[in-house]
Design a protein around this ligand. Sequence first.
Ligand SMILES: [Zn+2]
Length: 70
Amino acid sequence: MDGLTPVPLTMGRSTRTATLEQRLALAASELVCSGRGCDTPLVMSDIHHIVAFANGGRTDIENLTIACRP
Ligand SMILES: [Zn+2]
């Protein structure tokens, strides 16, 4: 939960795709691609797992980040 609403920000392994609430949380906290020196905005980027879902990564807010396609 995000502490203010009953919306879960941890989805575990139940879904690979970030939820709308997770996307909004990332937009509020990161705004742009998390690549070093990169300032590509979220609207031109994707949500990625830090530990890949294929490698057992969870779809939890702590394991998600904004990354541009290049
Ligand atoms: Zn980038």
